[in-house]
Design a protein around this ligand. Structure first.
Ligand code: FNR
Length: 190
């Protein structure tokens, strides 16, 4: 069985993040062909082109973590109708130095949860725009805007609503199929 390593970025730095709960649930529901590694970005300084000639250790570690995975999954909240600033900063680090964009040809997918009824839809459109510019082949469908109601995911990462559980399982099966398709035509070079 061929397995694929998915690096996941949780857009929230909150210790009580509902998006972290969502990520836990997604990993439980994923097919066995997918393995997971969290890619952390909390310790990155604010990006500046002044760093391009000499990336600090935290940024080198971050870019190596991206290089080591077959695909990237973003699980992010919406902040002020966009993605959180920390995640945008991480994407800027990943995209540079010029010519060493970590997202080029790297398959990606986006999902997010919010207590609100449109549930990260606007943030995800912004994220899709960024990833398009960064030349990441993106899973277009299904879109996944999860309205998070209290108790939706229990302490062990189990989804308590049957329909949502099925939807999230299907999402992860689609992610697997998408990664296989992309890597079939764009095999990893490193
Ligand atoms: C929010 N929240 C929010 N929700 C939303 O649906 N659309 C939005 O634009 C915003 N904007 C926003 C800005 C800031 C600064 C904060 C702190 C919060 C609410 C947000 O969805 C809620 O706090 C979630 O719990 C955030 O996800 P995590 O951090 O729990 O994963």
């Amino acid at each position: 069985m061929a397995t694929y390593k998915v690096g996941y970025l949780i857009g929230s730095l909150s210790s009580a993040s509902i998006n972290r709960q969502l990520a836990t649930a997604l990993m439980r529901l994923a097919p066995p062909e997918l393995t997971f590694e969290e890619i952390h970005f909390r310790d990155l300084p604010m990006y500046s082109p002044d760093f391009d000639k000499n990336y600090p250790a935290s940024a080198q570690t971050f870019k190596q973590a991206l290089a080591d995975v077959d695909a990237v999954l973003f699980v992010t909240p919406e902040y002020n109708r966009s993605i959180p600033g920390g995640l945008k900063n991480a994407i800027d680090w990943a995209s540079r130095p010029y010519g060493k964009n970590s997202f080029a040809r790297k398959p990606s997918a986006t999902i997010g949860a919010s207590p609100g009824p449109i549930a990260t839809a606007v943030a995800q459109q912004h994220l899709r725009s960024l990833l398009g510019y960064c030349n990441s082949p993106q899973m277009n469908s299904p879109e996944a805007y999860i309205q998070f109601k209290p108790g939706l995911i229990d302490a062990d990462g189990r989804v308590t609503n049957e329909d949502t559980e099925k939807f999230l399982r299907d999402f992860m099966n689609e992610l697997h199929a998408f990664i296989v398709r992309v890597l079939t035509v764009l095999p990893r070079t490193a």
